[in-house]
Design a protein around this ligand. Structure first.
Ligand SMILES: [Zn+2]
Length: 292
């Protein structure tokens, strides 16, 4: 996959993909009607949807450079077997090479942000050194929203597995042994340009990442949306949203905030070109207009 990069004032965001998948839309969004999906085909296909009622998603890290700091937002699946849903997908570990090629070598990363603690956002937090799980980014502080961490810390293994936090014990817990975690509020400022913003519902303490610099603005979504079709159909929650009413309210608020404004929306699971704008359609609806 080719490298994607966007400039927001004096900050930049570079996309580094780990892997991708194409899945039946209604296996992920239970209320996705084929006819409604087909009605969006003109702007969704081929980049974000297939012809047979599928949606395309990518698992990727969004790497922010701000005020001399290198910040990795979400660390993909990592060096471990994939849960059943993604079993069979390749994961050869080439991600770390791609990350270094993009200017984010392990040792050079200053901050890791996890938008939430599902397995495909925390995987490369740690790596196996032959003996134990150690931080992949040895010089980084790991920024986790406190309510998100506390929710999964207090959950049973069964609840974690059912809620996609199946790797919490080896991708999150070991970080505390190395004292590299900052538990923060859901509106924490990482730099003067980069801050968290609460977007709960997909998981209890889910955050997105807002970048404001030089009059420009961008939003890294995390999983409050998985596919751009959800910006047109914000009521389409996913099977893995912990609170579907709350996730729907969060998506509606995001659409209302970004609609017809110059906010670059960067979709954490969106396929290339990944970033774009939320715009009104002549019939009163909304669509996502990807950058060309
Ligand atoms: Zn998730």
């Amino acid at each position: 996959m080719s490298e994607l990069q966007w400039v927001i004032g004096t900050a930049s965001v570079t996309c580094v993909a780990e892997q991708d998948a194409e899945i039946p839309a209604n296996a992920f969004f239970p209320s996705a009607a084929d006819a409604v999906l087909a009605a969006h085909a003109d702007w969704l296909q081929p980049w974000a949807a297939g012809p047979d009622a599928t949606v395309k998603i990518v698992i990727q890290a969004l790497c922010v450079e701000s005020e001399g700091r290198r910040i990795v937002v979400d660390t993909c699946v990592g060096q471990r077997p994939l849960p059943e849903f993604f079993a069979g997908m390749a994961n050869d570990g080439s991600f770390l090479t791609a990350l270094a090629d993009a200017g984010f070598a392990r040792e050079a990363v200053d901050v890791v942000i996890c938008t939430h603690l599902h397995f495909d956002h925390v995987g490369w937090n740690t790596m196996w050194d032959g003996d134990r799980w150690v931080p992949t980014f040895p010089n980084a502080r790991y920024v986790l929203a406190r309510p998100e961490y506390e929710h999964w810390r207090d959950a049973t293994e069964e609840v974690r597995a059912a809620g996609s936090a199946v790797t919490f014990a080896d991708a999150v817990t070991p970080l505390f042994d190395f004292d590299v975690v900052d538990l923060v509020d859901v509106d924490h400022a990482v730099t003067d340009e980069v801050s968290l913003t609460p977007t709960p519902g997909h998981s209890p303490g889910h955050v997105s990442v807002r970048i404001r610099s030089g009059g420009a603005e961008a939003l890294i979504t995390g999983d409050c949306v998985h596919s751009p079709v959800q910006l047109a159909e914000p009521d389409w929650f996913t099977l893995v949203d912990s609170d579907t009413e709350m996730s729907t309210a969060t998506r509606r608020a995001l659409v209302a905030e970004c609609r017809d404004r110059d906010v670059l929306v960067i979709g954490t699971h969106f396929p290339p070109p990944t970033a774009g704008h939320v715009v009104s359609t002549p019939d009163g609806g909304v669509r996502f207009r990807p950058l060309t």
